[in-house]
Every structure is written in C-alpha cells, then in structure tokens.
Design a protein around this ligand. Structure first.
Ligand SMILES: Cc1ncc(COP(=O)(O)O)c(C=O)c1O
Length: 393
C-alpha cells in the first residue's frame, strides 16, 4: 500500500527550523521560525498563563469530554477580546479548534460546504500555509495585490483588486501584523475595505494571530471590528499561539458571523458537524487557560502587561535595527522596518544575499526575506546589520 507513495512536500519554514537546529556554529541567529523570543532568545511560558495552569491543576476535577465545539467560556472570552461589542453574540457561531491553523482549516471546509464555487482571495504575499492548505483542499484561489516593493501598502492596486472580487467570493485579510510583511492597512483603509466589501458582497475571512503585537489589543482589532459592524457576514480565525504563548498546546477559535439568528443556528450546526468529522473535540486545556486568564481581572492585567512588554520590545528592536542598518548602509533602504507592525518584516534582499547570510554568517531568514524581528537581541543587532550591509554592497 505504501510502496511508491511520493514523499510529502517539505514545509519551507519547518525545513529552515530543522536546518537551524542542525547548524553547529556558535553565534548562529534564528530569524526564521515565527515564535516570539525574549531578550535571552527564549520563549518562556507567560507568567499569567503559568498561574492559570497552577489554578487549573488544583481545581480541575475532570477531563471528561466537553462539547464538540469546545468550552463555550473560551469562545465567549475570545469573542469579547477580539470583537468587543462590534457584533452581538446572537449573530455568532463558533468552533474551538487546534490553534489558528485549525480555525483556518475549518473555515475553508465551511466555505467548501456552503459555497463550493467560491474563490478564496489571498494577499500577495501571505503566510505560505494559507495557499498550501487551500491547494491541498483543491479550493479555487487567487491573489490580490497588497504589498509594494518598498515595504508599504500598495494602496491603489489593493483597492482596485479588492473592488474586482465578486459577490460570494471570500477575501482573506490579516487582522493585524501582516505575516510576512508587517504592513497593515491604516484605520481609514479599513473604512474603505468595508465600503468596498459592502458594495461587492464578497465575504471577509480574517486571520487574527497577533492581536496586541502591533499597536495594542484594541487598536489591532479596530479594523476587523469595523468590518463586523458594517458587513452582514464574516469569518474570523483566531490563534492563541503567539498572544498567550501557547504554541504547542493548540488553542484556536473560528467565529462565523451571520446576518441573523436563523442563519447563525444553521451555521452552528455545520461547525459542530465539521469538528465532529475532523477531530470530534478540540483540545481543551489551552483554551481553558485562556478563559481562566481572561476571566480573572488580576491575571488579565498581568497578561496584558506581559503582552505590552513583548510589543514594546519588538518596537525598540525595530527602531534600533533600522538605525543600525541606515548607519552601515548609508541608505534609507531598510527604513520601513521601523514603521511595520508585529513580529515580521520582509527584508528587501535578493535570494543570493539570503543564502549568503545563512551559509556565511549563520543568520537564518525565510527564503522570501521574512525575518522574525523578535529573534534579534541588542547583542546580535550590530552583527546581523553588518552582515546584511556586507551582503548588499
Ligand atoms: C498569519 C498566521 N495565521 C495563523 C497562524 C497559525 O498559528 P497556530 O496554528 O500555531 O495557532 C500563524 C502562525 O504562524 C500565522 O502566522
């Protein structure tokens, strides 16, 4: 049965992670894989999450199954955190999922069931796994123009393409901290996005994996909240991997906003069935940590302070790194990095320079130039900037 099975295609980001692990050179720098790193290069368990975990260990009396769509308290807490009061609960169906990837997968499955011919439109570029999974599912996809080469939103092209997307198709937008570019629409751009989508009838699918990493918890959700308020339907895929540091524990949520309560009821039954057919029950432990943190004002404040510290660290790194690059290259070529958002930016480097950084200097970037800004430290910034300056002369 298995003889002759072709090898599965390697995920480039995971392959890079493994190559980094196998590199024995001292001083190697991992700017590839998308996990937050502190000033020591570590990804510690957040202290509010650890406290919630201790509390849960002491008080949890059963690990019996919950519901097919997961613990409603988790869904409710995340709904409030992401949507605020932009949409009332009676418009929203939900499904707990294994991480944000699970939420995206279930969103694609839902689209396939409800609108089999709908094309899913992705920004160019996007997180590679968006296209990879849609291709795997053999879903129709197209891309819309998003990022200009100089590292800003390609506004005219973006809006032109957005306006051309027909009714019933789905537009995937990054809620904030666009991966891989760090380029986000400004508040007035979100207003325009809402106007266009309400004219065309295309449905937004928001991927929200970095709320709080850009400008703030509320600010980072303002755009998607505006869409939720303005448009009748929307899909929202939430990941708690980065925001609660729960990467391996897999907490995620799909929220489906319907135009009315009757549609919501049907949607809820479909989401329940999709979970049953995929994995029955979503992971519970990590979601329960999230709802424990969000329900307790003291833990919530502690978590927000930790998230703020992460965001502030990334901002400072962006500023220092950009200043160093400007000094060493004597050009403004890298300046946009300072104003981009979240963990990622894409360095304007040729593939040859990216290869040289890896092979000659032990500095690992994704092949398209994406770097994880939080992988830098005060100690490595001068070295990384010097290596970049050397490879780009
Ligand atoms: C844009 C984006 N969406 C979704 C995810 C999914 O995260 P996870 O499945 O680990 O929760 C990631 C993770 O890197 C991401 O960068």
């Amino acid at each position: 049965m298995f003889h002759g099975l072709p090898a599965g295609q390697e995920d480039p980001i995971i392959a890079l992670m493994l190559a980094f692990r196998g590199d024995t050179r001292p001083g190697k720098v991992d700017l590839g894989v998308g996990i937050y790193r502190d000033s020591e290069g570590a990804t510690p368990v957040m202290s509010a999450v650890r406290k919630a975990e201790q509390h849960l260990a002491e008080t949890q009396e059963t690990k019996a199954y919950t519901a097919l769509t997961g613990d409603p308290a988790f869904a409710d807490a995340l709904r409030k955190l992401t949507l605020g009061d932009a949409a009332s609960a009676d418009r929203i169906a939900f499904a707990g999922t294994p991480g944000g990837s699970g939420a995206l997968r279930q969103a694609y499955e839902l689209i396939a069931r409800t609108a089999p011919d709908a094309t899913v439109w992705l920004p160019d570029p996007s997180w590679p796994n968006h296209m990879a999974v849609l291709d795997y599912l053999q879903r129709p996809t197209r891309t819309y123009r998003y990022a200009a080469p100089e590292g800003e939103l390609d506004r005219d092209a973006f809006f032109e393409d957005l306006a051309s997307i027909p009714r019933g198709d789905v537009v995937l937008l990054h809620g904030c901290c666009h991966n891989p570019t760090g380029i986000d629409p400004a508040p007035e751009d979100w207003t325009r996005i809402a106007e266009i989508l309400s004219q065309t009838g295309a449905v937004p699918l928001i991927d929200l994996a970095y709320q709080g990493f850009g400008t703030g918890l509320t600010e980072d959700a303002a755009g998607l909240r505006h869409l939720a308020k303005t448009l009748p339907e929307m899909l929202l895929c939430i990941s708690c991997s980065k925001t609660f540091g729960l990467y391996r524990d897999r907490a995620g949520l799909l929220l489906a906003l319907a135009a009315n309560d009757a549609d919501r009821t049907t949607l809820q039954s479909q989401l329940t069935l999709l979970n049953r057919n995929a994995f029955s029950f979503p992971p519970d432990h990590a979601g329960r940590l999230v709802s424990t943190v969000l329900a307790d004002p003291v833990l919530k404040a502690e978590w927000e302070a930790e998230l703020t510290a992460m965001r502030t660290r990334i901002r400072t790194l962006r500023d220092t790194f950009t200043a160093e690059l400007r000094r060493l290259t004597n050009s403004d070529r890298f300046d946009r990095i300072a104003s981009q958002n979240g963990m990622f930016s894409r360095l304007p480097l040729e593939p040859e320079a990216i290869r040289a950084l890896r092979e000659d200097h032990g500095i690992y970037l994704i092949g398209d130039g994406r770097m994880n800004v939080s992988g830098l430290t005060d100690e490595t910034i001068p070295r990384v900037a010097r290596a970049i300056a050397e490879t780009t002369v």
